[in-house]
Every structure is written in C-alpha cells, then in structure tokens.
Design a protein around this ligand. Sequence first.
Ligand code: FEO
Length: 407
Amino acid sequence: MKADSLKISEGVYWVGVLDWDLRDYHGYTLDGTTYNCYLVFGDEKTALIDNVFPGTSAQLWARVEDAFKKEGKEFKIDVIIQNHIEEDHSGSLVEFVKKFPHVEVYCSKMAVSGLKNHLPYLKDFDFNVVGTGDTLDLGGKTLAFVNAPMLHWPDSMFTMYMEDGILFSNDAFGQHLCLSQRYDYETNETVLMEASQKFYANLITPSSGIFMNKVKELTDLGIVEKIKMIAPSHGQIWTKPEKIINQYVEWATGKCKDKITFIYDTMHHSTQKMAHVMAEGAMSEGVEVKSYFMHEDDRSDPVTDVLDSKAIFIGSPTIMNNPYPSLGDIMYYLTSLNFKATTFNKKTVIFGSKGWGGGSNKRLTTDLEAAGYEIAETFETTYVPDSEVYDKCYELGKNIAKEIKQL
Ligand code: FEO
C-alpha cells in the first residue's frame, strides 16, 4: 500500500484514511467519509491522535510511514491519543499497541472501560487517564486535554496542540465527506456547510445545551481565542475555526430559517397530494420548503432540514388505526434527537388521509407531544381529497408560512 501524508503544520501531519465506498454508517447515509488521524512529532516523543475503522488501516500505516520518512525520524510511535472509543476511531488501536509494545495510550476516564470492552486484547492494558487541565509534553510540543462528554459520547474528549493552536476535536465539527481536498478553503462552501449541518443534526442535536456550556468553558479557559485550526476526525480541516464554531452556536441555540420541512408517506397518493398542495401554499409566502417522501428517503436527511426549519409538517395515511409504518422509523428518530435541545419550539402540523376510523393523526400527535413538540394544527381528510380539501391544504400551508415569518 502506498499513500501520502499531508503536513498541516510544522511537525504535524494528517495521516487519515479515505473510505471512498462507505454509504451507510449506523443508519446515516453518506457518500464516503474519512477517518482523520494526525501525527504530532515532538523533539522527544511522537504522538498519533486517533486511529481508524477496523479493516481500513492499510492507508493509515502507509501515510504514517510516509510522514516519518518526511520528518527523517526513527519509525516509532510513543504516544497514542484516543479521543473517542467508537470503532471508526479506535478500530486499529490493537495493531499499534502490538507494533509498539511500549506505547502510552491517553484517553478520558470514561473511555477506559469502553476500550477494554470493545478491544478484549487490551483488557489488562494500563491506559493513562487524562482530562481537562492535564497536559502532555512531547518535547517542544504540548498537548492539552479537554473532556467533552456527550459531544458526542460520554468518553469523548478534545486534544489541543497548544503551540500552534490546533484543536483535534474528534467527531465534533466533523463532516462525512470523502474528497480529494483536505481543507475548508479548497471545498465548495455549500457542500461543506450542508455536510456539517447533516453531521450536527444527526449527532450533536441532543447535546446542543452541552455544546453551549463547552463553548463557555473553553472561552473561560482562554482556549477558544487560541484555536487557529480545527482538525476533526471526519471530513475537512477548518482553517477558519470561527466559521464552524459560530455556525454550531447558531444551530445549538435554535437559529432557524423561514423554512418548512415536509415529512410524509402515502398509501394511495392522497396524503402525498395534500403535502404537495400545502407546500404550494407555503411557497406562495416565499418560505423555503424541503420535502421528504419516506417511501424512498432516508431518516438522516429530513432531520438535517428539521434542524434549521421553523416548522415541520408530518403526513401519513391511517393503516390499521395507526400511521404508515415508515413514519414509525422517522418518528422514533425525530423524538430521540430531541430538537427541543436547540431551544427553538418548531411549529408542528400533522396531516393525512383516512378511510373510516382514522387514528394516524391521533397517534402522531400523542407521540410528538410526549416528545415536547407543540402541535400547531392537525388536518385529516377521508379517502381522496377533493377541491375543498385542497383549498384548505393550500391555506394551511400559507397560514403557517405567514406565522413563521413573524417568529
Ligand atoms: Fe466518528 Fe463517534 O465516531
């Protein structure tokens, strides 16, 4: 295997893996991703920050060897920083421990039991536990650690290379992108920000309050002002860290657009047609509309747009007194993500068609109210919508659009 490293600062290299072929990661659709790892060469010790998904380490080893050649140093890793235990960042830790038996592994207290559980080979390994306030001197290069629990797992932590202000943030600030470029300034801004939004919506949303507290803590510690670069564990490296930090603050505090996200499925096209006419009404007021047909679409996409929408419309026909099954998938996900954590109470409309007894609207209302959503309207038709129903659908879309423009 041959693969090149990329020098990102003096004595600091990106040595990650490009996983061009991954299309789904725990239910999150993507078009490839990267597992970013970094080598930091101190005068006395060399540290590897994070590692990669099981079975993908050939690229990592090739890039690590390339970086050592470029630095002209003996091929020896002294320190591994394990910022997070999930296997896309820890899946080759055992390989490195076997290759370098005297390596020191640094991780958070919460990470130890998780690493031993995931990697039985290391069940008796002596991990070095670090947390906020701890530092490690590599010889002219200082790594400082910051606990970051629930950003996005309890074990998560950040590592800051203090002299050059590089924050190795692991998943936080990442994107599931697999591109030939590594930096933000080389990347189409729309592509970069949409991928960042999808990542935030699917991984960070429930921890929005925790994120805001972390920003305050890092600001109080004087770390935020020292960050010159954010090097996450997925996707592009941020050379303008304020861009993504400010964007995260906006998402975390519920800054939403005049935008409505429609999420629906249909049995005989009635609910689908209602959704389309409601969207027409909303668009007549100039608000942005995004539409997801759950017969085809994956759950990780609609929640991306829910994040910055002021209203959501959920539509389903009734089948056996309940919503269409595909709505169950997105409902579990929507309620688990707890968008209320972003502090904005989205207007929620529930609609659909029924044959006789109905039941879908009632179930969707009960479940969403239990999850803290405020139901603005419910609307139901029997069998096939007629022109009067379509008029009402149009007006409903238009009225909610008018209301959200005032928020
Ligand atoms: Fe990229 Fe939580 O793993």
